[in-house]
Design a protein around this ligand. Structure first.
Ligand SMILES: [Zn+2]
Length: 236
């Protein structure tokens, strides 16, 4: 796996970094998503519906893999038990790059998912932490980079990915989560994200970030360490 996206809830990845996912899949990179919870505390939908929606979005994004760890929505912790399960996944897929939740956000699971991913990525490189997959001992693996996508709260990004050619794919992957967004025929209670104004906000965010790199749509990320370049012309 080239890029593994770690997300607290099914739909976090689609809302925050699906344009970047689509851009890299189009270049031939293998990208997968691991959702930590089934989002069962969400106002709308059920775990079963959201699992089906996740699979639909995975097809739209052409993912190489999508898994759900079934951690408890809201109540999961950044502790040894959860770190251990995530280390197994990191060692299984051996990603070069991990995209993780926003470092801090309105929803407490996002900041928690962020620190859990950061810790698990580091710990996964420690050979004395022993894990196994399908009965076989796993080798240590530390991803080269962990970047954090930006979610509800606007965090100043360290870099922005141009997602203009993949804007439609991003929207389609978001709308795969039909139970979560505005649908006049849905009689479930309104939620923060089912408001008809939510998707225009997502577009405004992408346009604002795109504007800052002189393109139409963008997705922003923060880094954990300095990024080096060989060629100044690689920068846009
Ligand atoms: Zn979320």
């Amino acid at each position: 796996m080239d890029i593994l996206v770690i997300a607290a809830h099914p739909d976090d990845a689609e809302l925050s970094c699906s344009g970047t996912i689509a851009a890299h899949v189009a270049k031939g990179y293998k990208v997968g998503i691991v959702d930590l919870t089934q989002g069962e505390m969400g106002t709308r939908g059920t775990p079963e519906i959201r699992l089906q929606e996740s699979e639909n979005a995975a097809r739209i994004l052409n993912l190489s893999a999508r898994e759900n760890l079934g951690f408890r929505d809201i109540y999961f912790k950044d502790d040894e038990e959860h770190q251990h399960k995530l280390i197994e996944i990191i060692r299984k897929y051996k990603p070069e790059i991990v995209l993780a939740n926003a470092i801090t956000d309105r929803h407490p699971d996002h900041g928690k998912g962020s620190s859990l991913a950061t810790n698990a990525c580091f710990m996964s490189g420690l050979r004395k932490i022993e894990t196994s997959f399908e009965g076989k001992a796993q080798n240590p693996w530390r991803p080269k980079f962990v970047y954090h996508y930006i979610q509800n709260d606007l965090i100043e990004p360290n870099f922005i990915v141009d997602i203009t050619p993949f804007w439609q794919t991003k929207i389609e992957s978001i709308l795969a989560f039909r139970s979560q967004f505005y649908d006049a025929s849905n009689s479930e209670p309104q939620s923060f994200i089912s408001d008809p104004e939510f998707l225009p906000f997502i577009e405004a965010r992408a346009r604002e970030l795109g504007h800052r790199i002189f393109t139409k749509y963008g997705e922003g990320f923060t880094k954990e360490r300095f990024i080096g370049v060989h060629d100044l012309f690689d920068l846009k």
